[in-house]
Design a protein around this ligand. Structure first.
Ligand code: 3PG
Ligand code: MG
Length: 341
């Protein structure tokens, strides 16, 4: 978009404003703030109108609880400019996820060019990420550009040791990245549900560092009874809800030697303070690294912000699934649709 002539033009911007809401208000505005540089540049360069669109959640049709209104309210606080127009949740239209040309034409109608800045949604081939790029002249936004640059660095030559840390629940989503990047990493540390799933049989072709102890809970409850046990001695019926103190030390020590780090996924159920210590230890260790550090995925990013450590890492990715797919070596449809990118 740096090369686009936008003066006097009506611009459609696809941002990823899929943010968590709590009681009808924006609970975390990271993605809204990340969208600002592109919007500001368009306004500075004299765009006549900047129409911003995004999905929010996974509605099956129009759903007032998933209106983009609270997002618009927050965006207007951050960027008060009358030329900004915020469209309603793109997923209220069934044509969005089907990449329906009719809905894409509706979005493009009356607009001169399209800026794709929704890195977090670039792995979706939808009407607002791909369809409109086939109708209007399409450009990459500043956030999309920066995400590709920063995450792309992990795919090229990296300074060693390169430590990869993976946790969280969506195990299948993450195995692909591990296969692609794990062999290249000097150490792969695995915690959270991931560790439990691959403990008995490692489907990867390289060694990984698994937890040595675990905070076991009698039930999946914030105030459950707990005990710290060796990782392979989880009592029958108990659940591992965090990595234990020995594991925290072990992982922090390995991270402490790193020059390059990619971290995706919490070590336990960090939303509950009693099971947040493992994730906290990782966040602290990654923040202390003197090197190139990248954190992606909504939960790890949220943990980092809650701990006030977001400024201590090299790059906080706004993409979860999109970042993983990129690092897996997959092409992102929302990027492929832009001729210049
Ligand atoms: C995300 O939060 O992962 C992105 O906004 C994509 O949302 P989706 O997984 O519902 O497509
Ligand atoms: Mg997702």
């Amino acid at each position: 978009m740096r090369d686009a002539d936008v003066a006097g033009k009506r611009v459609l911007v696809r941002a990823d404003l899929n943010v968590p809401l709590e009681e009808g208000r924006v609970a975390d505005d990271t993605r809204i703030r990340a969208a600002l540089p592109t919007l500001e540049l368009l306004l500075e360069r004299g765009a006549a109108e900047v129409a911003v669109c995004s999905h929010l959640g996974r509605p099956k049709g129009p759903d007032p609880a998933l209106s983009l209104q609270p997002v618009e309210d927050r965006l207007r606080e951050l960027l008060p400019d009358e030329r900004i127009v915020v469209l309603e949740n793109t997923r209220f239209d069934p044509g969005e996820t089907k990449n329906d040309p009719g809905f894409a034409r509706e979005l493009a109608d009356g607009r001169d060019l399209f800026v794709m800045d929704a890195f977090g949604s670039a792995h979706r081939a939808h009407a607002s990420t791909v369809g409109v790029a086939q109708i209007l002249p399409a450009y990459a936004g500043l956030l999309l550009e920066r995400e590709l640059e920063m995450l792309g660095r992990l795919l090229g030559q990296v300074e060693r040791p390169f430590v990869l840390i993976s946790g969280g629940a969506k195990v299948e989503d993450k195995l692909g990245v591990l296969r692609n990047l794990g062999g290249k990493a000097d150490e792969v540390l695995i915690g959270g549900k991931m560790a439990e799933e691959i403990r008995d049989e490692n489907p990867l072709e390289f060694d990984v560092v698994l937890p040595v102890d675990v905070v076991a809970a009698s039930a999946f409850e914030a105030d459950a009874e707990t005990q710290v046990v060796p990782y392979d001695e989880l009592p029958e019926g108990w659940l591992g809800l965090d990595v234990g103190p020995e594991t925290r030390k072990l992982f922090a020590d390995r991270i402490g030697r790193a020059k390059t780090v990619f971290w995706n996924g919490p070590m336990g159920v960090f939303e509950w303070p009693r099971f947040a210590e493992g994730t906290k230890a990782i966040a602290d260790a990654v923040a202390a690294v003197d090197g190139f550090t990248v954190v992606g995925g909504a939960d790890s990013v949220r943990a980092l912000y809650e701990l006030g450590l977001a400024d201590e890492v090299s790059w906080v990715s706004t993409g979860g699934g999109a970042a993983l797919e990129l690092l897996e070596g997959k092409e992102l449809p929302g990027v492929e649709a832009i001729p210049s990118a």
